[in-house]
Design a protein around this ligand. Structure first.
Ligand code: ASP
Length: 330
């Protein structure tokens, strides 16, 4: 008799646990396996560097391995599409920059929609710098401006592909200078920086992340910082803004944010946002960023709603700037 009852209870237990597993309740708590941060540019560039820094801190807070995967190409749009299409379970995330907000105005066709992504928080804001290869003859922006005009479109400018921050900065520069240049695309600005230092390409607009150490070491020439104010970092403090140097109103800053595929469970998004907040308070990370002239986000844009609001403002701002500059989508 009791054998029959016990068998009955066991069947009920199996049924209940079967239902729990099927409905997801019995799943181990997130995260129970490695999390991947997709960077849509090659290793060694500004996006890769901040992603690796954040990954290191996320690892401590989430208690799991956080890997960085570089899915580069097409100005960051290939890696973005990879995350937009990933399973929305919190195990595949995207670290991307301003290009996410400007790509819709620069591409006729994109392999993803921004609505396929969930916002997790803004990470940092970095000024860019206009740099040239060592030995490039002009000294200062006014001389460079004449030099570019005299080259009749032949002077080349490295970038990380259509839609990348360096590409957008180059387009804005062409429009402000009223001169064309030959754009040389790379899969990220790390290899482009090697080519600038080696003298294979002439110019690049690159974030302080990568350019501050090279400017300090005099391995590249600096023509201006792209933000509205000069940088306070010693290596950059003497460099004028492009606006001061002859392009009034020029103002370009690059920010990065963290994203998950749309449809990621709210509890997972919340856990990731909390982990990101903790990562951005990590004194070692903040110190490294500040030494390069980069601001780590500590305001409301660190919340998913604040990030989303800022992002929408950036889309509006940049689509106007891009169309007023006469830049056509490709
Ligand atoms: N800084 C690059 C850009 O111009 C991307 C990168 O390699 O991080 O968008």
């Amino acid at each position: 008799m009791w054998i029959k009852q016990a068998a009955g209870r066991a069947t009920t237990l199996c049924l209940v646990s079967g239902i729990l597993v099927a409905s997801g309740y019995a799943r181990a708590e997130y995260p129970d396996k490695p999390v991947t941060l997709v960077v849509p540019f090659v290793a060694g560039g500004p996006s890769d560097k901040i992603a690796r820094d954040v990954a290191e801190s996320l690892r401590k807070t989430l208690g799991t391995t956080v890997l960085v995967e570089n899915t580069a190409g097409a100005g960051g749009t290939i890696g973005t599409a990879r995350v937009a299409r990933a399973t929305p379970d919190g195990y595949t995330l995207l670290v991307h920059h301003i290009g996410l907000a400007t790509a819709p105005a620069l591409y006729r066709k994109l392999g993803y929609k921004t609505s396929e992504l969930a916002f997790l928080g803004l990470i940092n804001e970095a000024p860019s710098t206009l740099i040239g290869k060592p030995g490039l003859p002009p000294n200062g922006l006014p001389e460079l401006q004449k030099f570019i005009a005299a080259q009749d479109g032949k002077l080349n400018l490295a970038n990380a592909g259509v839609g990348s921050a360096s590409h957008l900065c180059g387009l804005l520069l062409q429009s402000a200078l009223k001169s064309n240049m030959t754009f040389v695309p790379y899969k990220g600005t790390a290899p482009a920086m090697s080519d600038i230092m080696g003298g294979q390409v002439d110019l690049m607009c690159e974030q302080a992340t990568n350019s501050t150490p090279q400017i300090e070491a005099k391995k590249v020439k600096a023509y201006g910082v792209t933000g509205a104010q000069r940088s306070a970092v010693p290596a950059l403090a003497a460099i004028p803004t492009l606006s001061e140097a002859g392009l009034p109103g020029f103002n370009f800053t690059v920010w990065h944010g963290l994203y998950a595929p749309h449809g990621t469970p709210p509890a997972v998004l919340d856990k990731l946002n909390k982990a990101l907040r903790a990562a951005l308070k990590d004194p070692a990370l903040v110190k490294r960023e500040e030494a390069l002239g980069i601001t780590v986000i500590a305001d409301d844009r660190l919340s998913p709603a604040g990030h989303r609001k800022f992002f929408d403002e950036e889309v509006n701002r940049w689509s106007k700037v891009i169309s007023e500059a006469g830049i056509q989508p490709e």
